[in-house]
Write a protein that binds this ligand. Sequence first.
Ligand SMILES: *Cc1c(COP(=O)(O)O)cnc(C)c1O
Length: 351
Amino acid sequence: MSLFRHDLSRIPPYVPGKPGGDPSVIKLSSNEMAYGPLPSVQAVIAQGIGSLHMYPDMYASELSAKLAAFHGVPADSIVPSNGSVAMIEKILTAVCSPGSEVIIAWRSFEAYPIAITVAGGTAVTVPLTPEGGHDLDAMADAVSARTAAVMVCSPNNPTGVALTHGELSRFLTRVGDDVLVVLDEAYVDFVRMVDPVRSVDLLANHPNLIILRTFSKAYSLAGLRVGYAIARPEVAATLRAVATPFGVNALAQSAAIAALDEVDEVRMRTDFVTAERMRVAAELDELGLLVPDSQANFVWLEMADTQPFVDAAARCGITVRAFPGDGVRVSVGSTAANERILSAARLYTAR
Ligand SMILES: *Cc1c(COP(=O)(O)O)cnc(C)c1O
């Protein structure tokens, strides 16, 4: 006898990056920033500890107002959440009924199939293009009367490939307004390309769009768990209604507010990471390893047999994230960490 819904046994395991332990090993398996939280943000967190006996602001109003000003949208367009993954779960739970399908590119973020199954839906996977990007035509073709939502991840985790504004707006026009489209932009701060997606502009013509952002990556706050949705006010109202009460903790709210005062510093950090990403990708390319055009803080090495690369990485003192059968994802870190990536790649190609 099972106490839970039988379909939950289909949930694929989420494999977190290996936890640290050996301080000489650099963890490049979870796309975390090499830098800690900004000093001013750390100070705000330290100050907030004394008030932890109080519930946080239920709707994170100050943070929402600040994010609204930052994005040039009304304050009621912003819905903060306990990390953006919690928002993904809430959205999918709110749209799925038995028989619902959710279209995703594959391979993409491994949290999607889990959240879809928990919500009672079925994931419809559309293979990535050979270049590692979303096949938006095939995804639009997959939309049917059963479709509850389409997840779009740009830049895509784990390949790093990003959509252009033109590609995404054509897709949204083709899909129409009746199907929810969730655009996960966790890595948007690392995009340096021609015609980047201007997602907030798309809300004007596409009321079915929800944009997801997070403080976990560029803002170095993965451990605090804070993300948010940007949507038209009528959509945002439903997201607020289904939110976990007091879901965004007090320290996360004040840290995120403080982090938004440091956008120049954050930009310097992402500039460094993107420059390093380009350098690492170019060198990997020279070694003959297949690296798609990453617009994120990681690179993707396509290979069916991942173990030799994982072993080479371990010998060079880094942990990477293997997706056996598909490839290996490596976060771009400090200069020292990136040298280890290149050493591992040389060891791997020379074997
Ligand atoms: C890291 C990541 C997130 C961020 O999740 P949080 O819950 O905000 O930490 C969201 N989407 C993708 C694709 C990611 O890789």
